[in-house]
Ligand binder design. Structure first.
Ligand SMILES: Nc1ncnc2c1ncn2[C@@H]1O[C@H](COP(=O)(O)OP(=O)(O)OP(=O)(O)O)[C@@H](O)[C@H]1O
Ligand SMILES: [Mg+2]
Length: 411
């Protein structure tokens, strides 16, 4: 079925009425919505009031004072489209009442024939269950012209790390990587302590504002763990390929928080090298790349390897030692220890987010940079233009930072 766009998505601020309402009110044509210059909504009993703050499809509640009905997407003025991902389109918008700039993610519900999809419920649920300084703040859920138009309203964050890495004139410093990793680990620890697996951690799902704060976003694949798992186990169709843990690649149907920690390891490596560490075209190539970096799995480093469904279909290469030092030549010994602990084959031995937060890498020089000292960058999502590279303020510091690094790590 072709994807139906609402009038709001296309920038037409006129509210649409579905056939149900048209036939119910044949004499009255819906009034066109004038875009108000002032936010004050005129009180009206007409469902198509000048600024409608409540969806006409959600009846007002009287018996449950703790619950409020969803507002309409027309409470927001659409500014620009930020991105179209696999699970939704993301827009930048302005709250007509408060003037706040927000991001609206329109959930893809059009092809749904069996009611409100569980994935959308999980995304909303997980975002609400994981409120944290380093998790993108969900403000509300609003609805559009029909019940298939549902939007998650979040704080607008200027950058995602993937886009930022491509426009930054120079890679992040070690001191900056530490600050980013500490924030990421603290968000992941919080999600895990609330029984939520993210299952799609990657740089494009990490947002960063111009004050050096990271926000984990896109809980579209998140789910609760710890509940009894149904027949067939957990789906293996999770986590974007380059960030996918080896146990999922090898067909494990039971997995847990360690899958997110593997992805955190991939993100750590990407921040250091300024490019994704496993740029594989398919699963077999990815497995070969992992074997090359970690050395092939053995009875010692991964006793359960042979019992995994797809292990029998692979022939293991000859043993080679781990190659982290060659791949990350400028990383300190503590840094190498952290990345290899995040990239342990055996999920049971892989470091947890809580443990990683206390890793010595974060307390050795160079120390994590204070968030206030992070440079700011033009926001592609807000349609800002890139400054010329020579405007970059952080170039001279870099030499000092790397010198410190090599001072502490003579290898
Ligand atoms: N709160 C926000 N503020 C600013 N930009 C955002 C926000 N949320 C998402 N984005 C932008 O939109 C992109 C897509 O959002 P998100 O990852 O939630 O959607 P998705 O459909 O699940 O995407 P994908 O399948 O590509 O991961 C993000 O990578 C980011 O660039
Ligand atoms: Mg995403």
């Amino acid at each position: 079925m072709a994807s139906k766009r609402s009038r709001w998505d296309t920038g037409d601020e006129t509210e649409d009425l579905d056939d149900r309402q048209r036939s119910a009110t044949p004499a009255k044509r819906p009034k066109k919505l004038a875009e108000p210059s002032t936010p004050a909504p005129a009180p009206s009993t007409n469902p198509v009031s000048a600024v409608r703050t409540r969806s006409i499809y959600v009846p007002p509640r009287t018996a449950h004072p703790g619950l409020a009905s969803s507002r309409s997407v027309y409470s927001y003025e659409r500014l620009n489209q930020i991105e179209e991902g696999s699970y939704g389109v993301v827009f930048r918008a302005r709250d007509k009442v408060t003037g706040d700039i927000v991001a609206l993610k329109k959930l893809k519900l059009e092809e749904e024939k069996h009611g409100f999809p569980i994935t959308a419920l999980r995304e909303i649920n997980a975002l609400m269950a994981c409120r944290h300084e380093n998790v993108v703040h969900i403000r509300e859920v609003v609805v559009g012209d029909t019940l298939t138009q549902v939007y998650i309203v979040m704080d607008f964050i200027e950058h995602d790390l993937k886009s930022l890495l491509t426009v930054m004139p120079t890679p992040f410093l070690q001191s900056e990587i530490k600050t980013l990793m500490l924030q990421l680990l603290s968000a992941v620890a919080h999600c895990h302590s609330n029984w939520i697996l993210h299952r799609d951690l990657k740089t494009s799902n990490l947002l960063m504002n111009n004050r050096g704060t990271i926000k984990v976003a896109d809980f579209g694949l998140a789910r609760r763990y710890g509940d009894p798992v149904g027949v067939g186990g957990l789906t293996q169709l999770v986590v974007t390929l380059w960030y996918r843990a080896p146990e999922i690649l090898l067909g494990a149907t039971e997995y847990s928080t360690a899958v997110d920690m593997w992805s955190v390891g991939c993100i750590f490596g990407e921040l250091i090298l300024n490019e994704p560490i496993f740029q594989a075209k398919g699963e077999l190539e990815l497995i070969a790349m992992i074997f090359k970096l970690l050395g092939p799995p053995t009875k010692v480093n991964w006793p359960e390897y042979t019992s995994l469904p797809l292990a029998k279909t692979l022939s293991l290469p000859h043993y080679t030692p781990p190659a982290f030092r060659q791949r990350f030549p400028y990383l300190t010994a503590a840094g190498i220890d952290l990345i290899s602990s995040l990239m342990e084959y055996d999920p049971a031995k892989r470091i947890t987010a809580e443990e990683a937060l206390k890793h010595p890498y974060f307390t050795e020089a160079p120390m994590p940079k204070h968030k206030d000292l992070f440079g700011s960058f033009p926001s592609l999502a807000a349609g800002e233009k890139r400054r010329k590279p020579f405007d970059s303020p952080s170039a001279p510091e870099r030499v000092a930072d790397y010198k410190l690094l090599t001072d502490f790590d003579p290898v």
